[in-house]
Design a protein around this ligand. Structure first.
Ligand code: ZN
Length: 410
């Protein structure tokens, strides 16, 4: 660690209380999407603006998206810049203002969701981890540089966006449409991670959720031959499907945990009301998480082909309906600059060896990967997001602030 980094780190340490208080201030203002009967992010964005102004960013821009469902009529997106010695190179840290609702309030046993409190080195409150932790870390990393009069090596752009929890249409996707991001930009979306900051997410699996509807003919259970038992055929099909998928798509990719694609029969809709009725309809669901190596359309074709075979064999009708289909983009290259830079920063600031990997669920890094801009998901969190008693460790908050400052200057 060189002198400059040590100065920056002790400047960050000095601001520990201020950092903690800033995070708690953000928790006090819920920013819930209209889909969940919320008022959007405008009030929180105003609060954040009050924090940002005195820091002395080189430029502040607003890219609000119109949305008549919220009182302000706008979903705010704020971008602040701290110009670097090399202004053509830009490092983005993108965090989201919105939060998920508190959920069942009686389950919040440490504090009320929007009354932040500190207990045993952790800040509790809705949105503390998701995503105020990383938002505050990115802001104070730049603040430390500004306080010390250090110009970062590359331009740092912090984006504070709306609408992440409901699909990013008014947030990241809106900014992408505005043409803000360039091919060689370095993009970090700190909206996930692990407990010591060693995990860098570079890939995700495709998600395919299916509803399988088997239609036979309802009849009295004492005379089954007069009907066609949709439940039995549905079960037989589900078992055959399960076998086919696991056998055919068994590839393992060590970057993922679990390393293989997963195909799980999950939900089951209720059928008949009485034990003595042969069901004429059977509805089951399958959750598939597919390695990006596989073509989702080809898998769907095979699922439908097997359904056709069963239809011919049994006389039932089997309809495959898509509940969700999110095709994973090509993973971020392991040699992409944003990946190697972050790996180096983790080694230098934590003394640990980072691990690259993929996850089963979609992240907003996918929007960037889709347009061929390498992006990573990284932060140091205990994965308490969306749960009651959501919290974040102050130590992790300070360490992530240091890692961002290191990334800016190295
Ligand atoms: Zn989030």
């Amino acid at each position: 660690m060189n002198m400059q980094s040590q100065n920056i780190f002790s400047e960050i340490e000095k601001q520990k209380n201020e950092i903690t208080n800033a995070l708690m201030e953000l928790i006090r203002i819920p920013a819930i999407a209209p889909e969940n009967n919320g008022q959007g992010e405008s009030t929180k964005a105003e609060k954040l603006m009050q924090m940002l102004k005195p820091i002395g960013f080189d430029k502040i821009e607003h890219f609000d998206a119109d949305d008549t469902r919220v009182p302000s009529g706008k979903r705010p997106n704020i971008i602040v810049y701290c110009y670097g010695q090399n202004p053509s190179e830009k490092l983005w840290i993108i965090t989201h203002l919105d939060i998920v609702p508190a959920g069942e309030e009686s389950l919040w046993t440490i504090t009320k969701p929007f009354e932040p409190t500190i207990k045993e080195g952790r800040i509790y409150g809705r949105g503390s981890e998701d995503n105020a932790h990383s938002m505050i870390a990115s802001v104070f990393a730049v603040k430390a540089l500004k306080n010390l009069g250090i110009k970062p090596k590359r331009t740092i752009a912090l984006a504070f966006v709306a609408d992440e929890e409901q699909g990013s249409e008014y947030g990241i996707q809106h900014l992408i449409k505005e043409g803000l991001f360039k091919k060689d930009d370095l993009i970090i979306v700190p909206d996930g991670g692990n407990e010591n900051g060693s995990f860098i997410e570079i890939a995700e699996k495709s998600a395919l959720w299916l509803r399988i509807r088997t239609i036979g003919k309802q009849t009295h259970a004492s005379r089954p031959s007069q009907g066609l038992n949709a439940h039995r055929i549905g079960m037989e099909y589900a078992i055959a499907l399960d076998k086919m998928l696991h056998q055919k798509y068994s590839l393992k990719d060590a970057y993922f945990d679990p390393p293989e694609s997963t195909f799980e029969p999950t939900k089951k809709d209720k059928n008949v009301d009485a034990v003595n009725i042969v069901p004429g309809e059977d509805i089951a669901y399958v959750d598939c998480r597919i390695l990006p190596n596989y073509d989702v359309e080809e898998i769907l074709n095979n699922i439908n082909r097997l359904a056709n075979e069963f239809e011919k064999k049994t006389g039932a009708i089997i309809k495959i309906e898509i509940v969700q289909k999110a095709v994973a983009p090509k993973p971020t290259d392991v040699d992409a600059e944003v990946v190697t830079m972050l790996q180096e920063a983790i080694r230098k600031t934590r003394g640990i060896e980072p691990k690259l990997g993929g996850i089963g669920g979609g992240t907003c890094a996918a929007y960037f990967r889709k347009i061929d801009i390498p992006a990573v998901v990284w932060s140091t969190v205990d994965e308490t997001a969306h749960q009651p008693n959501e919290n974040t460790k102050i130590e992790n908050l300070i360490n992530d602030t240091k890692t961002y400052a290191y990334l800016a200057t190295s």
